[in-house]
Structure formats: C-alpha cells, structure tokens
Design a protein around this ligand. Structure first.
Ligand code: ZN
Length: 193
C-alpha cells in the first residue's frame, strides 16, 4: 500500500499538485493548486495510482468500472484492467448524463464508479443514477482525490486514495500576499508548476 507521502510525491512529480501562490477561479487565493488530469500524461504513475485504488475493491465482485467523460475515461479503463473488469464511460447528451455508443449495463451487474477528483460529488451522483436506471448495482465510488473533506454524499461509500483540504484566503487577507510571493493564475500562459 502506498503511503500518504508516496502519493503526494507522485502528485508533485506529475504536476498534479502545485505549491506556491495561486488565484483560484473563485477569486480566492491559495498556496496549493490541484490539477488531477495531469497525472494522465504519465501512464506509469497513473497505473500506480489506479492499481492502488483498484486493490480496495478487488473482493467486491466488480464486473464493470464506469466514470464520467472526459476526466475519468482513462482512470476507469486502468482500474478496470487491474480488476479484470469491463470499462465504460458516461457522457452528457443535451445536458443529461447518459450511456452512449451502444454501451450497456446488465441488470444486477456490480459496478464501481470512479472519478479523478470529487468536490461536491455532483457528477458521481449523476453516474450512479445512470447505473441504477440500467438495473445495475452501484457498489462504491473510487476517487483519486476527495476535496470535500469527506462531506460529499453520492449515496455510496466513497473510497478516496487521498483526502485533500486546500486552504483558501480572501485576497485582502492572504498570508502569502503579505509575504510578497508573486501570485499566479493557473491556466494562464505564464503559469508553470
Ligand atoms: Zn494571496
């Protein structure tokens, strides 16, 4: 089993976790910024994290792993590979989460829902609904990072690889501003991890 530090190191190495001084989309400032998709650039590290997550579900009779496109497609695939299961993804059609491409779920199938990062749990809840509509059984949710501090409720047990609280500050009351550290807006051209 990977330790907390080993997971942190993978997140740092792959550019998932940035440390410095950031303006978030909310306008709040923070000393940390998380971009989970970046680990998918690196098949080796992504495999390590997905193997670790998959191990928590290996005795639960999972036959299909499913996640919401786009963020969870690669993750669902790799977790499914580790479990010897099938891999599916949901997509939005006219705003509603659904199974497209003639993907199917069989009634009674035991399904693991995966997502890279969970904040409110909204998209996982939508995937759970799709699974139930097909008569399949959503068993649990596996996520790389739980940013909700354990508060997200998706109607299933959530297994996070990592629980992460990012402290945020009002711009006029930011300790990093007071230290004079230059602030970066993630996603802008100049920003680098
Ligand atoms: Zn600041």
């Amino acid at each position: 089993m990977l330790s907390h530090d080993e997971i942190m190191n993978i997140f740092r190495r792959t550019g998932v976790l940035w440390e410095g001084h950031f303006i978030l989309t909310s306008g709040l400032h923070s000393g940390r910024y998380l971009q989970c998709a970046r680990v998918q650039q690196f098949p080796e590290e992504n495999t390590i994290l997905c193997r670790e997550l998959a191990a928590r579900f290996k005795d639960q009779g999972i036959t299909t792993v499913i996640g919401p496109a786009i963020g969870a497609i690669i993750m669902a695939y790799e977790v499914a590979r580790q479990l010897g299961a099938r891999s599916l993804f949901t997509e939005r059609e006219n705003g509603a989460m659904t199974l497209r491409r003639s993907f199917t779920l069989e009634p009674g199938e035991r399904v693991l829902v995966v997502e890279d990062v969970i904040t409110t749990g909204g998209s996982v809840r939508e995937v759970v609904k799709v699974v139930k509509e097909h008569g399949a059984i959503p068993v649990a949710a596996g996520v790389l990072v739980d940013r909700s501090g354990g508060r997200a409720d998706v109607g299933l047990p959530i297994q996070p690889l990592f629980t992460f609280a990012i402290e945020t500050y009002q711009p006029d009351d930011c300790p990093l501003c007071r230290q004079g550290i230059p602030v970066v807006k993630p996603g802008s051209r100049q920003s680098k991890p």
